[in-house]
Design a protein around this ligand. Structure first.
Ligand SMILES: CC(C)(COP(=O)(O)OP(=O)(O)OC[C@H]1O[C@@H](n2cnc3c(N)ncnc32)[C@H](O)[C@@H]1OP(=O)(O)O)[C@@H](O)C(=O)NCCC(=O)NCCS
Length: 215
């Protein structure tokens, strides 16, 4: 088993800043960031930019001595980077903020970040490279598919299923047992009371049916 001497983050934007802070609060040494220089979100929290990340094997020490984490808010890019990390055999942890609550019976896959104030309840399943963002609530028996984003303050009641690469906007409410299809989009503040098929975009609340379009 290789020894890890720290964590390298892919991405250096706003999301990466939050992930870096979270990682440090759980005891990780953040060794640096891999990102295009143009992707930097200002403060990099005292860790160096190690490279643009195009070649993950450019420095063998990155993979030999570190864990790596896709710290990118954009879900498409995050998933692409997660796949690249997996392909080169990177060790990819999951990161849970000390002030998040995650049930011991929940399953949290690699590349997941559970932000401050979030709650993940019993028997929930959080797939790889998912973001459970600040203050989001994922109740018992929910299933969140790979690469999905659960934005700040979203509430997923018990038994909700969110498909792979779906986006649940800030403050959205998904009533118990709802199924959100793969790649579906739920706008901020939306209350979802009917299942959404794959690729569906529900941009506003259920009272304005006209804004719900299958894509
Ligand atoms: C739905 C969303 C993508 C906007 O879609 P859009 O098609 O670009 O919409 P527009 O900005 O052109 O707005 C169109 C109308 O819908 C309204 N609207 C936009 N988003 C809305 C929402 N979530 N709920 C209710 N109304 C909304 C706008 O006020 C506007 O109304 P108007 O025509 O009366 O002025 C966006 O508002 C949203 O919800 N994004 C998710 C943000 C989020 O949760 N981010 C998390 C980051 S971690």
């Amino acid at each position: 088993m290789r020894q890890s001497i720290g964590l390298i983050l892919l991405g250096a934007g706003g999301h990466a800043k939050v992930v870096a802070e979270l990682a440090r609060s759980t005891g990780w040494h953040v060794a640096g960031f891999l990102a295009p220089a143009s992707g930097q979100g200002g403060s990099n929290l005292d860790a160096p930019l190690l490279g643009d990340g195009r070649d993950l094997t450019a420095d063998p020490r990155w993979l030999e001595e570190h864990d790596l984490f896709p710290a990118i808010g954009n879900s498409e890019v995050r998933w692409r980077e997660f796949v690249r990390l997996t392909a080169v055999g990177a060790r990819i942890p999951s990161l849970v903020h000390p002030n998040a609550v995650v049930s011991s019976s929940a399953r949290v896959e690699a590349g997941v970040v559970v932000m401050a104030g979030a709650i993940v309840q019993a028997d929930a399943m959080i797939g790889p490279a998912v973001i459970v963002n600040t203050g989001a609530q994922v109740d018992h028996d929910c299933e969140i598919g790979a690469g999905a984003m659960i934005a700040p303050g979203a509430i997923l009641c018990g038994g909700v299923h969110v498909g792979e690469h779906a986006f649940v906007g800030a403050g959205a409410v998904l009533v118990p047992g709802i199924r959100v299809g793969k790649g579906a989009f739920v706008g901020a503040g939306t209350t979802v009371v009917n299942d959404l098929g794959d690729g569906t975009q529900l941009k506003a609340s259920r009272r304005t049916h006209g804004t719900s379009t299958a894509g």
